[in-house]
Design a protein around this ligand. Structure first.
Ligand code: G6P
Length: 607
């Protein structure tokens, strides 16, 4: 994880822009921050453990001088959050400063080699070998670009780096391998960053660096070369269409609440897919002998929902797989007839990309569903769809889950049509319901908030929550559990309700809150049976059911009523919304920051 930012300005000092950029990258990690600038030929570094605001205030980072600099917001992998492990890291002479996102796998042997040559190391990080390797190369009369190029060839692992040196005070060298990096060009300056929102306030002209590329940035010019052979790369600038307001909090207290309330809009955008791409994906899926849906975290829950949707609408068996397990479970059995639909909001999740690489090596067809144009996933997929949710900053995924499900449903409907698996009437009904989804979500947001707040208050001190659902609602239960545990730190369990008697029921005791997902559908009588089983053991039942569903209402201690007429198969989208709100409200009551849950990061680009 970690966020990196670098910039050279024509006028003024860079420190305020670096801090601003780091704030926009904070979702990638926030246990320490650091900034390096070059002023009058001298390298200055200020860094410490802590959040951006507190560290920058304590160290007066905004007052640092210099029109060229780099900054880093960290999510620790090697070495605890501590000042000495915060980036930038330097060489022995403190001429070179490096920031890094990724993991250097062979750093132990490189470090030993450098120590034997007389280099002093200060931190416990893998990153620190990079400035020392560059220092070694500079001793043999290489310039900063050549020295960095030579150093990178020694590294095994993943990286996005930015390097500056007081020996070449007008240059930033940046490079990437498996960690994201984007360049930005404006009249007043030149930028590099882990992600577009960090540089969007300054420019909408960007270039996405690709794996194995290095770029030399100077005021008014940039050069890109391949790390492998130094050959030049020509790439046109891309224009970013969305503006920074779309990625900002506006009147909301947190990104998470903004993103929850934005869902009617993001879902409407998710319904405006480009037909030709949906067609292409559909054809590939149709040809597959086996279909696997790949994703991590929330994206895995979309895949679980997707497996029910593909099976029920298109009669296609599609197995959901957790990205980090993919190679172990299916790595040896997939091949040329397999189709892998990888789902990833960021398009940069390490485990998902690693699984995708493996699938490609075995000649499987890789398809992508992502929210990020230009992400690695879009480049490695045979065909891909952009879910069009807009930037999501809150670490806990909300609007991107519902968008992924609405996109998967549209693909499944296309496939059903292609395969002749649904009648015209059924297709029309589903189409109509799909178009209604944004309005249903809008009304859920308006009607359930008060009730959710009351439930959050009632269960503020609860030590454990249980989430149960049947059929496709088990994916809703899992996503509801993930939201609650990741931002409130309250342990939660989620199971398909039928499994509860095979274990989870043993944790049920007096007053344990159990959230039941009960849309009307084929599993209704079974879910009523499960509620009675759990209730009989003293649990308090919080049910999310259709408006006026008296049987469920009578069995429940707390009820959140949903609009009538939502088909079971589309229910994860509106039914997850009160669970997102519950997690958010409970986090607020616990005085936790819902946008920055401890130990988590928005985009996990490391193993
Ligand atoms: C991290 C985030 C989750 C996200 C998961 C997968 O764990 O905290 O919110 O669901 O990564 O991310 P992706 O970008 O691949 O969907």
């Amino acid at each position: 994880m970690c966020g990196i930012f670098g910039c050279i300005l024509r006028e003024g000092s860079v420190a305020p822009q670096i801090l601003d950029g780091l704030k926009r990258l904070e979702y990638r990690g926030y246990d320490s921050i650091g900034v390096a600038t070059i002023h009058s030929g001298t390298l200055e570094i200020r860094k410490d453990k802590g959040r951006i605001d507190e560290v920058s205030k304590a160290l007066k980072i905004s007052e640092m001088k210099g029109s060229l600099g780099i900054g880093h917001t960290r999510w620790a992998t090697h070495g605890a959050p501590h000042m000495i492990n915060a980036h930038p890291h330097t060489d022995s002479k403190r001429n070179i400063a490096v920031i890094h996102n990724g993991v250097i796998e062979n750093f132990m042997e490189l470090k030993q080699e450098l120590i034997d040559k007389g280099h002093d190391f200060i931190s416990k990080t893998d990153t620190e070998v990079i400035p020392h390797l560059i220092e070694e190369e500079i001793q043999s009369k290489k310039n900063l670009k050549e020295a960095t190029l030579a150093a990178l060839k020694r590294l095994v692992g993943s990286y996005a780096i930015a390097v500056i040196s007081s020996l070449e005070p007008d240059t930033i060298i940046c490079a990437r391998h498996e960690s994201p990096l984007v360049l930005g060009i404006s009249e007043n300056g030149i930028y590099c960053a882990s992600d577009v929102p960090a540089i969007r306030p300054y420019t909408n002209k960007v270039i996405y660096l690709r794996n194995g590329e290095l770029s030399t940035l100077k005021l008014g010019s940039y050069e890109i070369i391949r790390i492998s052979d130094g050959s030049p790369v020509e790439r046109a600038l891309e224009e970013i269409k969305w503006n920074i307001e779309e990625a900002e909090k506006q009147d909301y207290d947190h990104y998470m609440s903004k993103e929850i309330y934005e869902q009617p809009i993001s879902l409407r955008n998710g319904l405006r897919l480009q037909e030709q791409y949906v067609d292409l994906i559909t054809q590939f899926l149709d040809r597959g002998k086996e279909v696997l849906l790949l994703g991590a975290g929330t994206s895995n829950h979309s895949c679980i929902a997707g497996s029910y949707i593909f099976s029920k609408l298109a009669r296609l068996t599609a197995f959901p797989v957790i990205s980090s397990e993919f190679i172990e479970v299916y790595g040896s059995s997939i091949g040329i007839d397999s189709v892998i639909l990888a789902v990833s909001q960021s398009g940069e999740t390490y485990d998902t990309l690693k699984a995708v690489d493996h699938a490609r090596l075995r000649a499987a067809t890789v398809l992508g569903l992502t929210n990020t144009v230009g992400s690695t996933l879009t480049r490695v997929s045979r065909a891909y769809i952009i879910q069009q949710s807009g930037p999501e900053i809150g670490v806990a995924a909300t609007k991107t889950f519902t968008s992924q499900v609405i996109v998967l449903t549209q693909i499944a409907l296309k496939l059903a049509k292609l395969r002749g698996k649904l009648s015209q009437d059924e297709l029309d009904d589903y189409e109509k319901s799909l178009q209604q989804i944004p309005d249903w979500v809008d009304s859920v947001l308006g009607s359930t908030n008060k009730k959710v707040k009351a439930i959050a208050k009632k269960y503020l001190n609860t030590k454990l929550f249980l989430f149960l659902g049947r059929g496709i609602s088990s994916s809703t239960a899992m996503e509801g559990r993930l939201k609650l545990l990741e931002i409130t730190y309250v342990p939660c369990l989620a199971y398909p309700a039928g499994e509860s008697k095979h274990g989870p029921i043993s944790v049920v005791e007096d007053k344990l809150p159990c959230v039941f997902l009960c849309p009307r559908g084929s599993t209704r009588s079974e879910i009523i049976g499960s509620i009675m089983e759990i209730k009989a053991r003293g649990a308090l039942i919080i049910s999310i059911c259709e408006e006026g569903d008296s049987e469920i209402i009578q069995l429940s201690d707390d009820v959140i009523e949903m609009p009538k007429g939502i088909p079971d198969l589309l229910s994860p989208i509106p039914y997850v919304v009160p669970l997102q709100l519950l997690a958010y409200e409970l986090a607020l009551l616990k005085k936790l920051d819902p946008d920055k849950p401890r130990n988590l990061a928005k985009s996990v680009t490391v193993p």
